[in-house]
Design a protein around this ligand. Structure first.
Ligand code: ACO
Length: 327
């Protein structure tokens, strides 16, 4: 089975920065609480840009760094939990902006979305496709309940993208979803008024968090899931790749909470230096975390050819998974 080569990366974050102190002015919280419980100091919030526009900017940068033209792309995969429209997909909007006419689709794997998309890309590439553009864009401020202090401080907005080609190298993935945990972390969609229905259209009792459209999270249960899911995904992907954990040069994880990463590192027996972390600056940007981090590392010259990389995510669904490939 063939593997992948990432030939270009890009990212975009909105200009407005919200600090922990800014939050302490709207809810009962403090920089000290947020920093020690999560590792987050700042997050970027989109005031102007819709989700697809942030994605288009990241994708444009990725195309430029790959030296690829819009017509060189054979498949466009966009990942998001905060699309601007139910339909068309965000991929269509981004493709329209960039002049890409290849098949385009969205993948919603929540915070694992980029990992799912990379796996889909690898499958298409191994069947002979040449070049895939993956764009992950999120505007989590759109479904943040700014009155709920236990969730509102966690999220940020931004986008990351990459151009992927086929490479004759090994690749392994381990992807999972435990749908029984769906109600632990969700944002319900809204509906138009239905003159034929006696009651408002809802998702039922289990998904009744108000206001509709805002994110609900059972933080403690999601935390317990995450500290188990992350080590499992890394271990199983390494097993499928045929290497030991010590052979992984760098792990680029979903940036949800520094304590989750520290606990997972301990469980894996790996030092924190083996993890790429930028949570302090951006908070949790769902599926955009990993490609944004990948772009930052690439542009800073921190990734060397031949390195073994592990990308690992976990989030709503409950989805989780990891991919391992050679840089
Ligand atoms: N400021 C001050 N106090 C707060 C805040 C805040 N921002 N938020 C909660 N508290 C309070 C609570 O009210 C509670 O007070 P009480 O003891 O008087 O009732 C106390 O702090 C402890 O609350 P916990 O919920 O137990 O806090 P915890 O240490 O679990 O941290 C957190 C909360 C950070 C949300 C943690 O549970 C977590 O990280 N969970 C996982 C989140 C995650 O990984 N999400 C990933 C997916 S996200 C996605 O898919 C979009």
């Amino acid at each position: 089975m063939s593997g992948i080569r990432i030939v270009g990366t890009g990212s975009f974050v909105p200009e407005t920065v919200v600090t922990n102190d800014d939050f302490s002015r709207i809810v009962e919280t403090s920089d000290e609480w947020i920093t020690t419980r999560t590792g987050i100091k700042r997050r970027h919030i989109s005031v102007e840009e819709p989700t697809w526009m942030m994605g288009a900017r990241a994708a444009k940068a990725a195309l430029e760094s790959a030296g690829a033209a819009p017509e060189d792309i054979d498949l466009l995969i966009a990942t998001t939990v905060t699309a601007d429209t139910y339909t068309p997909s965000m991929a269509c909007l981004i493709g329209g902006e960039l002049g890409i006419t290849a098949q385009s689709m969205d993948v919603n794997g929540a915070c694992t979305g980029f990992i799912y998309a990379l796996d889909v890309a690898q499958k298409y590439l191994s069947c002979g496709m040449k070049r895939v553009l993956i764009v992950s864009a999120e505007r989590l401020s759109k479904f943040t309940n700014f009155k709920d202090r236990s969730t509102c401080v966690l999220f940020g907005d931004g986008a990351g993208a990459c151009v992927v080609e086929r490479a004759e190298k090994p690749f392994a993935s381990y992807l999972r979803c435990d749908g029984t945990g769906a109600k632990l972390l969700y944002a319900a969609s809204g509906a138009t008024e239905n003159p034929f229905a006696e009651k408002p259209v809802t998702m039922g009792e289990e998904f009744s968090y108000e206001p509709v459209g805002a994110i609900y999270m059972n933080g403690q249960e999601v935390y317990k899931f995450a500290v188990k899911a992350m080590p499992e995904a890394v271990e199983q992907a390494a097993k499928a790749y045929g290497i030991g954990l010590e052979d992984i040069d760098l792990i680029i994880p979903h940036q949800a909470n520094i304590r989750i990463l520290q606990t997972a590192a301990k469980a894996l027996g790996l030092p924190m230096e083996r993890f790429a972390i930028n949570i302090e600056e951006y908070g949790n940007i769902s599926s955009a975390c990993i490609p944004l981090c990948l772009d930052e590392l690439t542009r800073a010259g921190k990734l060397a050819a031949g390195q073994t990389l592990c990308l690992v995510g976990f989030g709503a669904g409950l989805t989780y998974g990891a991919v391992i490939f050679e840089r």
